[in-house]
Design a protein around this ligand. Structure first.
Ligand code: G3I
Length: 455
């Protein structure tokens, strides 16, 4: 190597070493250029630990063209149909996880994340549930969420806890369904139930036609998430399905939609992306917008090849029916590689992470009180604590619970031993109003708090 400049020798060594590692990392280092990832998952991972995922069908895992692309490109998967209610609980209280376990095991064996889809949904209910209503349906839904989230406990990065609960059109209300008719609180009940069953999974609300910030449906979902955050309902993320076509085009305000939700203190994820005719500029626009929002921590396309799509005739995906990369693939990879590497910014479940909005009005310090609602079972418990402001607005609170033993997880609070303080989005509580936080533990839970101090 004598006579060759040191800097060039170093780049050459890097290039050789990187070529050797290509199969593992999907990244090559070219002499004289920055590193450029060569797969979607590797590039997304370099952008703040994001993921790039796909929907997967269990019966296709024996197709080698399919699995070659899957294993090479995608570091997250979503079972396309296998975790839905009709698939996992075909008869009441009789559960079948064979095809969903197959997808989860395949993904986890190669280090990919899993998005769970979907615990509670008006569609694809088994016949026995579709014919139910009222209290029987409410209890069946709670049992379903508990059983399925418990089965996959510790294996799911993010759960679509509730899917497509809002109506289309200009009304901005809930969709009518048998679940909705059990009471307007069915969504928060599903979230609280999921949190208790798998405290380590991020809990998402997921919907379609919520990409355009000006649409009534988008605003309606936004108001629900805002309300949930204010009241301490455990929600960590919002999924934007982003099925785009001429009727639902890529909106110029897409980034505003993502950043507005993120400012509420939730992660945002693009969960079912497909675009009619796979217009490259729309695909790259979606990716660039996600990368511009720190809390947009992952993108999932709804299938691998056009022939795998639920709307195959629209050829909406990144690979053609033979598994060849399309122009849209190149536009997505280029957009990913052009993004700035960023620090991870997503939340852990129950914690707000960065970018949550903070109150601007300082208010007046005053007192507070705390009460505990305990869900105790043999060996463990979930405690939900309600903090209520006294006669004046408070801007922060700390609740002391000396008997909070063996706490394994807490949400919507910062815990220091047996002392629980507000996080950024729930410190301000107006006079007479309340907010909630919670924690989970083993053994016997506390039944009362010893004090609440406000700032
Ligand atoms: O597996 C059976 C097969 O045995 C039978 O012969 C065949 C006859 O129709 O049906 C097959 O099941 C179909 C299943 O897809 C698997 O291909 C169902 O009929 C069909 O309804 C089901 O469609 C799925 C659809 O959700 C159901 O609502 C699509 O694959 C799936 O891509 C789609 O995904 C949804 C998301 O979950 C939620 N957001 C919208 C998205 C697109 O509709």
């Amino acid at each position: 190597m004598q006579g060759i400049p040191l800097s060039f020798r170093r780049r050459t060594v890097l290039a050789i070493a990187a070529a050797g590692a290509l199969a593992v990392t999907g990244t090559v280092f070219l002499p004289g250029s920055a590193s450029a990832a060569t797969t979607l998952g590797a590039s997304a991972a370099e952008r703040g630990g994001r993921y790039f995922g796909t929907a997967v069908a269990a019966y296709k895992l024996s197709d080698s063209v399919y699995t070659t692309i899957l294993n090479r490109e995608f570091n997250s998967v979503t079972p396309e149909n296998e975790m839905k209610w009709d698939a996992t609980e075909p008869s009441q209280n009789s559960f079948n996880y064979s095809s969903s376990d197959q997808i989860v095991n395949q993904a986890r064996s190669r280090g990919a994340k899993v998005r769970g889809h979907a615990l509670a949904w008006h569609s694809q209910q088994p016949g026995w549930a579709a014919g139910m209503e009222g209290t029987a349906l409410r209890n069946a839904m709670i049992n379903h969420v508990t059983q399925v989230a418990t089965h996959f406990r510790g294996q799911i990065d993010s759960w679509d806890v509730v899917n497509e609960a809002f109506a289309d059109g200009s009304g901005g209300g809930r969709r009518d369904s048998n679940l909705q008719r059990t009471g307007n609180d069915w969504i928060e009940v599903a979230f609280r139930t999921a949190r208790a069953a798998d405290p380590g999974a991020k809990l998402c609300y997921n919907d379609y036609n919520t990409d355009d910030w000006t649409h009534a449906k988008t605003k309606a979902v936004y108001r629900m998430v805002q309300d949930f955050k204010q009241r301490g309902v455990p929600i960590d993320c919002v999924g934007f399905q982003s099925h785009m076509n001429q009727q639902s085009p890529y909106p110029s305000n897409y980034r505003t939609t993502l950043s507005s939700f993120a400012a509420l203190g939730v992660d945002v994820q693009i969960t079912e992306l497909d675009i009619q005719n796979a217009t490259p500029a729309w695909y790259s626009g979606v990716v660039t917008d996600c990368l511009a929002v720190a809390r947009c921590n992952g993108i999932t396309v709804w299938g691998i090849r056009d022939s795998d799509s639920w709307r195959a005739s629209q050829t909406p995906l990144l690979f053609d029916g033979s598994g060849n990369k399309k122009a849209a693939y190149n536009s997505v990879l280029t957009a990913l590689n052009n993004g700035q590497p960023q620090n991870p910014s997503s939340s852990t479940p129950g914690n707000p992470g960065p970018s949550s909005s903070s109150p601007s009005n300082p208010g007046t310090p005053g007192g507070c009180s705390a009460s505990i609602s305990l869900n105790q079972w043999n060996g463990g418990y979930v405690a939900t604590v309600t903090v209520t402001a006294g006669s004046s607005t408070i801007n922060g609170w700390t609740v002391s619970i000396p008997s909070a033993a063996n706490v394994t997880n807490a949400w919507s609070t910062t815990r220091n031993g047996t002392s629980f303080s507000n996080v950024s989005y729930n410190g301000r509580v107006n006079a007479g109003q309340s907010t909630q936080f919670g924690f989970q533990g083993t053994g016997t839970g506390p039944s009362s708090a010893s004090g609440c101090s406000a700032t």
